[in-house]
Design a protein around this ligand. Structure first.
Ligand code: IPM
Ligand code: MN
Length: 354
């Protein structure tokens, strides 16, 4: 029998509630010969206030001994902005070299898109498909913390936040995106950047993209400036297949992607280390939502879909597909009555085991 060693970081706010439901569905869908071993890590605001720790080397070393990590949400109003985000979430992504931040933008049957022509009542055969995936670079760009402040607090204050872009870092994520595009039916890859203004980083991205493209003649390519890309996300999202972009553009674009594919309550993500040297980490794109935390109001679907990505990553493709199908069926049958977090989790768990 096989063992799946899963580290679980519920984190802050609604993280606890949604992760519990994700685990419910994971337990229900795993084949009976797979033994699920979970280790829960108390990280986030509570731990920080109690001990001052955001993420110690010891905790990192312990997390590393797992096949994957499931994370709920990080961030709390009681902690200054950036402390947990940088000291915990980004530290995990950087330490485990999660250079592929994979964020699908897929309008599932039953999900409600705000876009014209994508309403749930429009006849499905004519409803244009939104089914793309954003490959967001996860370890570089403006996220590295390369900057500083001068003359702080004076009228002459200056702050810099310098984006780091290495040929090594760009090439590996661009290669990953080409591999993913080549494996999909439409075989299309769009580079998104802003190389009319950010000429240094932008031209490096474009040059490496062109070089790798030569090795994938079967993949059709195009380029969009990030501002233009936001227009097409709304007016013509069906034009996208795979998108590769830098860390910050990818952050912004994937919130927009969530908005057009049924909302942030459905958006899943994987922070992937493709080499397998470190555990990959799966998390809903949404945050800790302190305003509704502890009330059983959060939709656990994004976490459940992140569990599907985790399953896919670990080679359980059939189980991943069952989770996605369960979510689609649940969405299609959602009535007007609000269900609690655990009711949604129970319904999805029942569907995957039934
Ligand atoms: C996300 C979040 C994070 C990011 C924050 C919380 C650091 O917005 O996962 O998209 O910017 O990457
Ligand atoms: Mn974000």
């Amino acid at each position: 029998s096989r063992t799946l060693r899963l580290a679980v970081i519920p984190g802050d706010g609604i993280g606890q509630e949604v992760v519990a439901e994700g685990l419910k569905v994971l337990t229900a869908v795993l084949p009976s010969d797979v033994k699920l071993e979970t280790a829960e890590y108390d990280l986030g605001a509570r731990r920080y206030h109690a001990t001052g720790e955001t993420l110690s080397d010891e905790t990192l070393a312990s997390l590393k001994e797992h096949d994957a990590i499931l994370l709920g949400a990080i961030g709390d109003p009681s902690v200054p902005s950036g402390v947990l985000e940088r000291g915990l979430l980004l530290k995990l992504r950087f330490a485990f070299d999660h250079y592929v931040n994979l964020r699908p933008g897929k309008l599932l049957p039953g999900a409600k898109s705000p876009l014209a022509g994508h309403q749930p009542d429009s006849a499905s055969p004519t409803r244009p498909e939104i089914d793309f995936v954003v490959v967001r670079e996860g370890t570089e760009g403006p996220y590295v913390g390369n900057g500083g402040s001068l003359r702080t607090g004076t009228a002459q204050e200056v702050a810099t936040e310098v984006s780091l872009n290495t040929a090594f870092g760009i090439e590996r994520v661009v290669r990953d995106a080409f591999r993913r595009a080549a494996a999909r039916p439409r075989k299309k890859l769009t580079l998104v950047h802003k190389n009319n203004v950010l000429v240094h980083a932008g031209h490096l991205w474009a040059r490496i993209f062109q070089q790798v493209a030569a090795e994938y003649p079967e993949v059709s390519t195009d380029y969009l400036h990030v501002d233009a890309a936001t227009i097409f996300f709304v007016t013509q999202p069906e034009r996208f297949d795979v998108i590769v972009t830098d860390n910050l553009f990818g952050d912004i674009l994937t919130d927009l992607a969530a908005a057009v594919t049924g909302g942030i309550g459905l958006a899943a993500s994987g922070n992937i280390n493709p080499s397998g040297a470190y555990p990959s980490m799966f998390e809903p794109v949404h945050g800790s939502a302190p305003d509704i935390a502890g009330q059983g109001k959060a939709d656990p679907t994004a976490t459940v879909l992140s569990v599907a990505m985790l399953l896919e990553h670990l080679g359980y493709a059939a189980e991943a597909a069952r989770v996605e199908a369960a979510v689609a069926a649940d969405l299609a049958e959602r009535g007007p009555d609000a269900r609690s977090t655990s009711q949604v989790g129970d319904a999805l768990a029942a569907r995957v085991s039934g």
